[in-house]
Design a protein around this ligand. Structure first.
Ligand code: ADP
Length: 254
C-alpha cells in the first residue's frame, strides 16, 4: 500500500494521474489501518471477559474465593461476552451493502411511547423522569424493529449517563418533509473533541466507566448504520458538563 509515484509535481496528464494514484493509495492505507485497529479492538474486547472468567474459575477451584461470588462474576462476564458477540454480528450484517431494510409506514410516536414505557421500571429505580412531547401524526417510512433498536439505544445512553433526580426530554416534531426526534439529558455531556467520534466502533469517552456500566462500545456505531440505511441524519450536540442532545432526523412517509 505504501507505494507512491514521485512525479506528482509534473503539470501534465501523467502528473495528474500520479496525483490521483497517490490520493487513492493514501485512502486505501487509511482503510487498512482502520481495519487493523478494529481487529485489535475486537481481540482486546473479547479477551478481557475471557481472562476474568478464567481467573475467577481458577480462584474458585483453588478455594481462594467463595464459589457463589466467583460464579456470579463468571456469569456476568459470560453475559458481557454474549452481548459483545451479538453486537458484532449485528454490526457486520448492517454494514453489508445488500442488507435489506424493510420500509413500512410507522407511527413514530407510538413506537417511541412503547420504548419509553419499557424503560419505566429502570428510570423509576434511578429516579430519572422521562418527559415526552410527541407529535402523534408523525408517520415515517422505515424498519420498525431497527428503529426501535435506535430509540432504545439512545434512551439507554441518556438514562445511563443521567444523574438521579434529573429529567430526560424526548420530543418528536414534523420539520418540512422530515420527522425530528430529540433526546436531551442533563448528564456529564461529551467533551467537544470527542463528539465527532462517538459513533465509531469501540469509541468511549471514559473507558473504565462504560465497561463497568456494561456498554459494549458498539451501540452508537449500530445506531449510525441503521440511520444511514434509512437516509436519515444523526447529530450530537454536547460539551463537557453541558448534557447531551441527540437529534435524529428521518424522512416522513410520502
Ligand atoms: P457504550 O456501549 O460504551 O455506551 P455507545 O456506542 O453507546 O457505547 O456510546 C459511545 C460513547 O459515547 C460512550 O462510551 C460514552 O462515552 C459516550 N456517550 C454516548 N451517549 C452519551 C450521553 N448521553 N451522555 C454522555 N456520554 C455519552
Amino acid at each position: 500500500f505504501s507505494q507512491r509515484i514521485a512525479i506528482e509535481a509534473r503539470k501534465d496528464e501523467l502528473g495528474q494521474l500520479a496525483q490521483s494514484f497517490n490520493t487513492l493509495s493514501t485512502s486505501l492505507e487509511e482503510v487498512e489501518m482502520k481495519r487493523r485497529e478494529f481487529l485489535a479492538n475486537v481481540s482486546h474486547e473479547l479477551r478481557t471477559p475471557l481472562s476474568y472468567m478464567k481467573g475467577y474459575a481458577e480462584a474458585v477451584e483453588e478455594s481462594v474465593i467463595e464459589p457463589k461470588k466467583g460464579l456470579t462474576i463468571i456469569q456476568n462476564e459470560a453475559n458481557r461476552l454474549e452481548r459483545l458477540v451479538n453486537d458484532l454480528l449485528d454490526l457486520a450484517q448492517l454494514e453489508g451493502e445488500s442488507y435489506p431494510m424493510k420500509l413500512e409506514p410507522i407511527a413514530f410516536a407510538q413506537l417511541i411511547n412503547d420504548v419509553v414505557e419499557a424503560f419505566e421500571v429502570i428510570s423509576e429505580q434511578r429516579s430519572v423522569t422521562i418527559k415526552r412531547q410527541l407529535d402523534e401524526d408523525c408517520i415515517i417510512s422505515g424498519d420498525s424493529d431497527r428503529l426501535e433498536q435506535v430509540v432504545r439505544n439512545l434512551l439507554d445512553n441518556a438514562l445511563r449517563y443521567s444523574p438521579p433526580h434529573e429529567t430526560i426530554d424526548v420530543t418528536l416534531a414534523v420539520r418540512g418533509a422530515s420527522a425530528e426526534l430529540t433526546i436531551s439529558d442533563n448528564g456529564p455531556g461529551i467533551p467537544k473533541q470527542d463528539v465527532p467520534h462517538v459513533t465509531e466502533r469501540f469509541y468511549r469517552v471514559n473507558k473504565a466507566r462504560t465497561r463497568k456500566d456494561g456498554g459494549t462500545g458498539l451501540g452508537l456505531a449500530i445506531v449510525a448504520q441503521i440511520v444511514k440505511k434509512h437516509r436519515g441524519e444523526l447529530e450530537f450536540v454536547s460539551g463537557e458538563g453541558a448534557g447531551t442532545i441527540v437529534r435524529l432526523v428521518l424522512p416522513l412517509e410520502m
